[in-house]
Design a protein around this ligand. Structure first.
Ligand SMILES: *Cc1c(COP(=O)(O)O)cnc(C)c1O
Length: 439
């Protein structure tokens, strides 16, 4: 069995994370429960930062908070000295509630509303990553009204799309995000931005995909961008102070995944950008990256109580747990795969193959297909690994299931950082109908 971070088997034979017995966590906080290995998040954060420091490159590592956005997580990001990406007023509000330094917040999104842009300007956040022409014009108007200048990056689509194990090169990329680099849209946007009083154009941004296992895509993207930058340097006298190459660094969910180390991504990217800058005789830009999944993904474990069992003879054994697509929609949404163990006896030899079903009223609500497990019953707790990214952040109340709480564990201590939703929470927005019939 593969254990991430501080996960190990303790003297009782139970799964322990951050020095805390997971069965004790279940007794104290119930199930389902999201558990985060704080030491592992810190290790991942430092891994990125230290590589930039070692290579002597000015950089910002911005945590893409959409992967897991809560006040405690934002505070942890601040403790580790990273920057923060937000994609909505809600994520921005969370960051502000956590007192995150506004100058290190970057605002993303392909359809930021006027209200969101106003909020970003009013709060003085560090940078707005402009996605499209509509937004550029809207932001210019809002800046004009407020008599303010905005620091911006322009998000470009370099014509490279990362699929899990390879890259598609498309001349004109069919993407909802960003200004196309090849068809002149990016240049037109840059010219508009440079000619406007409203903007300080810090540089260029691109993000090629997610759960990427090689550095090839980042390198191809950097090459395509530099070809244009060279052109823009000659004709527009523009040289970016910042080059943001996005996130998307892959992690190990199952033994099919073979991620490379954070340091390797950073080293390869930096080497290429240094070469390109030298080749085109441009000054080395500050490099920004935006890891989400790779900072929190393998630090998260979800604990469930096993409930009903259904056997379809000669076909399949279903084991149902007390959560499902409401707390982890990734398997239903994109066939994501996970590994899991019985928290009380993680090393016991498997003697059956089961499929883990959620409790939602959807046939597609399956968490894991064909998982080898020791025979279990309803006294057992199932621990599903690597649920730290896009788990809680995509959680929902389908079937009116309350969202599970989040616990941070570190150095033998557990701290509740999001409480469990209650049944009252579920109806807190509901209003009764005004009955018109008077009797
Ligand atoms: C989602 C996203 C990220 C983070 O992606 P991960 O795969 O979680 O690392 C970074 N930058 C942008 C613009 C994104 O949309």
């Amino acid at each position: 069995m593969y254990f991430n971070g501080t996960a190990q088997v303790n003297e009782k034979g139970h799964l322990q994370i951050g020095g805390v017995d997971t069965l004790d966590l279940v007794s104290q906080f119930g199930t389902p429960l999201y558990v985060y290995d704080v030491a592992l998040i810190r290790e991942r954060a430092r891994g990125f930062k230290e590589t930039f420091d070692k290579l002597g490159v000015k950089a910002q590592v911005a945590y893409a908070s959409k992967a897991f956005s809560t006040i405690a997580m934002v505070q942890l990001v601040e403790e580790e000295g990273l920057s923060l990406d937000v994609v909505s007023a809600g994520e921005l509000y969370t960051a502000l509630a956590a007192d995150f330094p506004v100058e290190r917040i970057h605002f993303h999104g392909n359809n930021k509303s006027r209200e969101e842009l106003e909020m970003a300007l009013d709060k003085g956040i560090g940078c707005i990553v402009v996605d499209n022409l509509y937004e550029l014009q809207l932001l210019e108007r809002v800046c004009g009204e407020k008599n303010q200048k905005a620091n911006i990056l322009l998000r470009v689509t370099p014509g490279i799309e990362a699929h899990t194990h390879d890259y598609i090169l498309t001349g004109q990329e069919d993407s909802k995000f960003g200004f196309d680099l090849q068809n002149g849209q990016a240049e037109a946007a840059l010219q508009n931005a440079l000619n406007s009083q409203a903007f300080e154009v810090l540089g260029i941004h691109c993000h090629i995909g997610s759960q990427i296992f090689e550095t090839t895509g980042f390198i191809l993207a950097a090459q395509k961008i530099f070809e244009k930058l060279n052109d823009w340097k000659q004709r527009l006298s523009f040289e970016p102070a910042v080059l943001n190459l996005g996130g998307g660094f892959g992690i190990r969910y199952t033994n099919e995944d073979e991620p490379i180390a954070a340091s390797q991504y950073v080293e390869d990217i930096i080497t290429e950008v240094k070469n390109l800058a030298q080749h085109y005789d441009m000054k080395m830009p500050e490099i920004w990256i935006e890891p989400g999944r790779s900072l929190v993904g393998d630090a998260g474990t979800t604990l469930y109580k096993i409930g009903s069992r259904k056997e379809v003879p000669d076909v399949r054994k279903y084991l149902a747990v007390d959560g499902g697509m409401s707390d982890n929609i990734r398997p239903a949404l994109y066939q994501a795969k996970y590994e899991a163990v019985l928290a009380g006896r993680p090393l016991e030899k498997a003697n059956e193959v089961v499929s883990i079903a959620g409790k939602c009223c959807e046939s597609g609500d399956m968490l894991i297909w064909d998982l080898p497990l020791p025979e279990s019953d309803d006294n057992d707790v199932l621990a599903v690994f690597c649920t730290g990214a896009y788990g809680y952040s995509m959680a929902n109340n389908y079937n009116r299931l309350p969202r599970p709480p989040v616990v941070f564990v570190e150095n033998g201590e557990a701290q509740l950082v999001v409480r469990r939703e209650t049944l009252d929470d579920l109806i807190r927005l509901d209003l009764s109908i005004q009955t018109k019939i008077k009797n």
